[in-house]
Design a protein around this ligand. Structure first.
Ligand code: ZN
Length: 497
């Protein structure tokens, strides 16, 4: 009976769990507000455990790892997250930070801390938002309390983030399907540090390059070979961790770009003071000569359409310019309007448009009426199929590790051409097939499924879509980052200079 040997509460090491999680696209005009976080995930205390225990999120991995140790106790404190979007308002960030610190005060003292930032958060007045809150946390805890944590590989990592923590580990898949394992790793390093068995030191290696978004799929080259090489170096050099940060190009901040985080244990006899610098040189020597491969080629709808016709159906068409997971609104009808003019009558697309949902909800299923929707106010005759609450759940490991989805009031309509449009009240990234199957839509009934993303939707859709085609579409997440005007990024940087 393992519980019989369980240490009394007083003898256990107390580990706090905290996170402010946001991927911020600074090229979007609409700000991210406190309400967006309240409508996203706002979890305090045991609500964190209730949402994530037994799921596939990094927090689920942390819970499992700490719960398995008789000498450790996890204290979930505070975790908030909002759908990727524009700059976080100053008020929202300052309020979140104050509430997080207040919640932490209630549980202090603690022996260690696990943090779950995204790593690409930007708030008004706080361009390095994650560096800021991690530094505030470090100041509150003092220098002796170890802090480890996870990152999304789309993090733009700053020196402040690395300085404020002992170990940060990024997921090593894109789409992100290893979040659970990453949470376990971060917990493992903290637990072993608290037991005195490990003494992690980490080094950030910022690269003078940014990897283009459509080249960030880790099951395909160039990223596949890069991740394999880094895993090989980690094993060969006996590192505790070696993370590849793909970076998030849609943030005009100084730390925007790709990077590595290397974590060693100086107690390991092979790990001298110069050791991490030496490993960093190896990795730089690998990636810089291959930089062109990480830039890729962008192709618009007109040039990929022959591929769509030839491909086995259903085809997953990725709308890169309106990537909800990259902060885009999810309201573009660019691909739908093109496909409506083609001899296709079996297209599925999800479009965010709360006003159109209200208009369509006033009709009865089977009614035919004119509807205007989407960013370009596409107007067409539609038939109402279903009016829904927009709620569904996902229980398998998919990008994001989300369990509970809420699209808000949702309608499904078909256009005169026969294409299917799902209109939602809340912006919803296409990370789960259940978005279709929960509402009686079978993906294999369609010729083309449009998903507003770049790589993340592949985890959900690849099992049913034999062909996956990334399309360079216009929008705030357009694939060609050289078309944006940056004021704050580092220079020189590839592919800009
Ligand atoms: Zn990501």
């Amino acid at each position: 009976m393992p519980t019989a040997n369980r240490q009394p509460l007083t003898a256990r090491k107390k580990i706090a769990l905290l996170g402010i999680y946001h991927e911020t696209n600074t090229f979007i005009e609409i700000p991210t507000t406190l309400e967006d976080f309240k409508n996203g995930y706002w979890l305090v205390g045991d609500a964190i455990r209730k949402e994530y225990e037994g799921a596939h999120h990094e927090i689920s991995g942390v819970i499992a790892a700490v719960d398995a140790c008789e000498d450790m106790e996890l204290v979930p404190v505070f975790y908030v997250s909002a759908t990727p979007g524009g700059l976080i308002t100053r008020d929202a960030y300052e309020s979140i930070l104050a509430q997080m610190m207040l919640a932490l005060d209630q549980v202090l003292p603690v022996d260690g801390c696990i943090v779950v930032p995204h790593g690409a958060g930007v708030a008004d007045g706080y361009p390095d938002m994650d560096g800021h809150w991690l530094t505030e946390l470090r100041q509150k805890l003092g220098p002796k309390i170890p802090v480890t944590g996870t990152l999304d590989p789309h993090a733009n990592v700053s020196q402040a983030m690395v300085k404020a923590t002992e170990a940060l580990i990024a997921y090593s898949t894109n789409p992100h399907v290893d979040q659970y394992e990453t949470g376990r790793q971060a917990a493992w390093i903290l637990i072993e540090t608290l037991r005195g068995n490990m003494h992690p030191v980490q080094q950030l290696v910022q690269l003078p390059m940014a990897i283009s978004i459509e080249q960030q799929y880790t099951s395909r080259d160039p990223c596949k070979s890069l991740f394999e090489y880094v895993a090989h170096v980690k094993q060969q050099r006996e590192l505790l961790s070696a993370s590849v940060l793909l970076g998030f190009p849609y943030a005009d901040v100084a730390e925007m770009g790709s990077a590595f985080i290397l974590i060693a244990d100086p107690k390991n006899i092979f790990h001298s003071d110069l050791f991490l610098g030496e490993v960093a040189e190896n990795l730089i020597d690998y990636i810089i000569p291959r930089k062109e491969d990480f830039n890729g080629v962008k192709t618009g709808i007109a040039s990929v359409f022959d591929q769509v016709i030839a491909a086995e159906k259903p085809v997953l068409m990725l709308d890169m310019g309106d990537n909800v997971g990259g902060g885009a609104p999810g309201d573009s009808t660019h691909l739908l309007e093109f496909l409506e003019k083609q001899p296709y009558s079996k297209v599925f697309i999800c479009v965010y448009d709360p006003a159109a949902v209200v208009v369509a909800s006033q009709q009865k299923p089977g009614d035919r009426f004119d509807l205007t929707f989407g960013a370009t106010r596409y107007e067409t005759s539609v038939t109402l199929q279903q009016v829904l609450d927009g709620i569904f759940t996902e229980d398998t490991p998919k990008h994001g590790g989300f369990v509970n989805y809420d699209m808000g009031p949702t309608v499904i309509v078909t256009t005169a051409t026969g294409n299917t449009v799902m209109l939602t009240t809340k912006r919803t990234p296409p990370y789960s097939l259940r978005q279709m199957t929960s509402f009686g839509l079978d993906p294999i009934d369609f010729d083309v499924i449009v998903a507003k993303g770049v790589n993340a939707p592949i985890a959900a859709y690849a099992p049913v879509c034999p062909a996956v085609i990334q399309v360079d579409t216009p929008g705030v997440t357009q694939a060609d980052m050289t078309l944006f005007t940056y004021k704050n990024r580092r220079k020189p940087m590839f592919p800009f200079e």
